[in-house]
Unconditional design. Structure first.
Length: 615
């Protein structure tokens, strides 16, 4: 079992690595011509070499390998851009004075007040560009300049979503970053410029912002820390500042649901006289931002082939008095996506998804569409401070110690992708403390014969206990700072919104099984929830009619899927393996390649190693 355990440990480590910043030496470009290249550096004043930036590894994805379709996955993560044009723009752009709306020039929107503060009134010559991070959605570069310690961060998105989705995402994140810095005056990087598409001199969509040095707050986070006198204090050193930041964001309520944009970036039909929020007294900020369609990740993920106009039908914005439409439209979007995918597969017009699986998805989302508008009563007398719960509030899904830098001037929060304005009750806990399993608060009193269990079983229950503890600390922090919003912690609310949450979190086609399972689990409690006026209907009959055979079939398929995720290394993270781990496992013979170029775990090798270990 030693070899199996070794590969399993590697897979668990990969899941952690998929959320962490590596510590490898960054690749660097330097010099005005930006042509001289080594595996780690380029200097901007160097003599041109044969290999140009457009063909160099400087733009390629190098931090991992996919067991399946590796070439395709890496091609989608190649981030070519015109380095010389970028440095020329930074050297020659002349900002205007004052706090102005973004200045649009040649496809690039500039935040002039931040340009002046960071680069001066006459621009600066870049001396070096470094590749510092290859994340889930972006390749991140650092730009250093002559004559100053100021640096900028360039984020270039991967081609994982449609061009329209990438454009909306960049526009909205730019507005959110500006709102948090300018209006809320929170400690976030200053936005310098952004381009939503490739129609600009740089030749790629991008975001350019202030660089912040320091260590990630994640270095202080130990979620599985053993119980001790100080463990809660240690955990709260990470939880509390993130909860403080969320509480500051929650102070602001908006006029409708959707996502935030600069006024000039919303489509004409959304550029109305209605402000994003009311009560603004600063003339520079009046109507600076507007609310447009939602850019929550579920509106783009796995929908590259779905027409943009189709997505717009279901993406809002939604009026303040129709929060249920947010959930209903998501159900309709997923249903339409599954139907169109099935039609393409049936017509051999693209896609390799399993037809039967797509038909199952369609059935699931037809069921979800039936229950979606009835899940939660926005006027329920049983929900504490229900009006506050349904106020349109800004939800930042990437609040995480991975996105907090302990810098020279305190903690700085970064990364506001997929931010959306919706009821607090519809929001999710930050990923780093999310736990949906059984709760264990006291190991010795809640687990029978705790002292008699072996180390493996105790480890399993300890994991559940630590995850329970961490989430409990988060809920305490929320209650202390925003007591009116604590109803989100109710187990009944969690049950009612579970189909919505599982739909938002779909990554793989089989994940629809979690949506169906949560709707099946909701059925026995529906009448009680309706009697308590928690549901958005007075009808005690559950909207979905399940038969026993279908329920057993879906639950069996979910168990099989969970078995695959737990037994096949790296399946839970889409077959991605960190590069150093991949190289080591391949060199040891634990990963093998087939004639199609795909990789797999060499099960015979694993079994041979285990047989040798037991002899």
């Amino acid at each position: 079992m030693l070899a199996i355990a070794r590969v399993a440990r590697a897979a668990r480590a990969a899941r952690v690595a998929s959320r962490r910043l590596p510590t490898t030496t960054p690749a660097v470009v330097a010099g005005p011509a930006l042509r001289q290249l080594s595996s780690s550096r380029r200097h901007l004043n160097a003599t041109p070499a044969e290999e140009t930036p457009s063909t160099s590894k400087f733009f390629e994805y190098t931090w991992g390998t996919w067991l399946h379709n590796d070439k395709l996955e890496k091609a989608r993560r190649q981030t070519k851009f015109d380095v010389d044009s970028l440095t020329h723009q930074l050297h020659t752009y002349k900002p205007q004075a004052g706090l102005l709306p973004p200045t649009k020039q040649s496809g690039i929107s500039w935040l002039d007040h931040n340009v002046a503060a960071l680069l001066g009134e006459h621009g600066r010559q870049a001396k070096q560009i470094s590749s510092i991070h290859e994340g889930k959605h972006h390749h991140v570069y650092k730009i250093d300049f002559d004559g100053t310690d100021t640096s900028l961060v360039l984020r270039v998105p991967y081609k994982l979503e449609s061009d329209a989705a990438i454009a909306r995402k960049i526009k909205s994140e730019a507005a959110v970053l500006d709102f948090l810095h300018t209006k809320a005056q929170l400690n976030v990087p200053r936005l310098v410029a952004y381009a939503p598409d490739a129609q600009n001199p740089v030749g790629s969509p991008f975001t350019l912002m202030e660089y912040v040095s320091g260590d990630l707050l994640m270095k202080q986070w130990n979620p599985l820390a053993e119980a001790s006198d100080n463990v809660n204090d240690d955990l709260k050193r990470v939880i509390d500042p993130i909860s403080d930041f969320q509480a500051q964001v929650n102070k602001y309520t908006f006029t409708k649901y959707g996502s935030l944009y600069f006024a000039d970036d919303v489509d004409p039909e959304h550029a109305t006289d209605e402000p994003a929020y009311t009560g603004e007294t600063d003339d520079n900020l009046v109507n600076r931002w507007k609310i447009g369609p939602s850019i929550e990740q579920s509106y783009a993920k796995n929908k590259r082939l779905l027409p943009a106009e189709t997505i717009k039908q279901f993406a809002g914005p939604w009026p303040r008095d129709s929060p249920d439409a947010i959930i209903s439209d998501l159900a309709q979007l997923e249903l339409e996506n599954a139907r169109q995918r099935l039609a393409r597969v049936a017509a051999n017009a693209g896609g390799d998804a399993n037809k039967d699986l797509l038909r199952e998805q369609i059935k699931t989302f037809e069921n979800f569409a039936k229950v979606a508008p009835k899940l939660i009563n926005p006027h329920s007398p049983s929900i504490m401070h229900v009006d506050e719960q349904f106020q349109p509030r800004l939800y930042l899904p990437d609040l995480d110690p991975l996105n907090v830098i302990d810098g020279p001037n305190g903690l700085v929060f970064i990364d506001f992708e997929y931010a959306v304005i919706k009821p607090f009750l519809y929001q999710q806990y930050p990923q780093f403390i999310t736990y949906d399993g059984d709760k264990i608060y006291d190991l010795e009193n809640e687990i029978p014969e705790w002292d008699q269990l072996d180390e493996l079983d105790q480890g399993h229950f300890k994991f559940m206990h630590y995850k329970t503890r961490n989430q409990h600390l988060w809920e305490h922090a929320l209650n202390d700072r925003s007591h009116d919003l604590i109803a989100i912690a109710s187990p009944h609310i969690k049950n009612l919104k579970a189909p919505y949450v599982h739909t938002l979190n779909i990554s793989n086609d089989e994940d629809h099984l979690y949506v169906e399972d949560s709707m099946i689990a909701l059925a026995p409690s529906w009448q009680a929830y309706t009697d308590a006026q928690l549901t958005n209907t007075e009808d005690p009959d559950y909207p979905i009619k399940y038969d026993e055979k279908y329920v057993e079939e879906m639950q069996s398929k979910l168990r099989d899927y969970q078995t695959i995720l737990s037994s096949e290394p790296f399946a839970a993270i889409g077959g991605w393996v960190p590069q150093d781990m991949f190289d080591n496992l391949k060199a040891q013979g634990f990963i093998e390649q087939d004639h199609n170029g795909n990789y797999s775990i060499a099960k015979n090798k694993v079994l041979q190693e285990d047989d040798a270990d037991t002899e």
